[in-house]
Ligand binder design. Structure first.
Ligand code: ADP
Ligand code: TYD
Length: 208
């Protein structure tokens, strides 16, 4: 089973992805926890290209190619082998992030994102948790974390607000796989909701 976490920066995706991996491992499952951009040596190299440096370093179109190249490598080297081995794969971000950040932030490029996705990736997760969060609070959390990878956080609260609306619309577009989770609670409370849904979904998949 292939599970992704999505949402704006600072919404708690990484925290929740880790907590879900811990919970499923405690159930005795073999779990691969990974992230995007990155998740394989080649994709981690591309991560540095896209997340460090001037915010205007790449056009939106070039970014679509770079993020999709990173995803293709991540898929080939990490995700697909783990799924083939019967493991649960949990990824912190996947193609929905490209649909939002590159598809919506600088003009409407969603059609290009989707075409390239169909051509080069060809699948979406079985289950996607969209961690919903007030943009100002998310930005404060993300800034509090520090580090050099602030390209997209630097676009500010207005972009975060548009991304939040975009993610909520995406949940409506893909109701079969998307679950919206209120991220503005203690990490443990959020994790409990996430684990209940994931376990139900895994049990259902096993029966099917
Ligand atoms: P994301 O991966 O969505 O950017 P993180 O999981 O890295 O978010 O969390 C961003 C920051 O907020 C981290 O410093 C983390 O410890 C903190 N954090 C995560 N979840 C919560 C929560 N539910 N309540 C308060 N702080 C949180
Ligand atoms: P991430 O490390 O998940 O940051 P955060 O923990 O702050 O959410 O992702 C880094 C940035 O990359 C984030 O601002 C969103 C952006 N991003 C895209 O623009 N397109 C993509 O396809 C992906 C996967 C990430």
């Amino acid at each position: 089973m292939f599970i992704s976490f999505e949402g704006i920066d600072g919404s708690g995706k990484s925290t929740q992805a880790r907590l879900l991996a811990d919970a499923l491992r405690a159930d005795g499952r073999d779990v691969v926890l990974t992230r995007e951009p990155g998740g394989s040596p080649g994709a981690e190299e591309i991560r540095r290209l896209v997340l460090e440096g001037d915010p205007d370093r790449w056009s939106a179109e070039t970014e679509i190619l770079l993020f999709t190249a990173a995803r293709r490598d991540h898929m080939e080297r990490t995700i697909q082998p783990a799924l083939d081995a019967g493991k649960v794969v949990i990824t912190d971000r996947f193609a929905d992030s490209t649909r939002m950040y590159q598809g919506l932030s600088r003009g409407d490029l969603r059609g290009i994102v989707d075409q390239l996705h169909t051509l080069m990736i060809g699948r979406d997760p079985d289950l996607t948790f969209i961690i919903d969060m007030d943009p100002a609070k998310g930005l404060l959390r993300a800034k509090g974390r520090g580090g050099h990878e602030e390209r997209f956080e630097d676009f500010g609260e207005a972009l975060q607000a548009r991304m939040r609306e975009g993610f909520l619309a995406l949940a409506k577009e893909f109701p079969g796989r998307c679950r919206v989770i209120d991220g503005d609670r203690a990490p443990g409370a959020v994790a409990e909701d996430v684990a209940v849904i994931a376990r139900k979904s895994l049990a259902w998949t096993a029966r099917a």
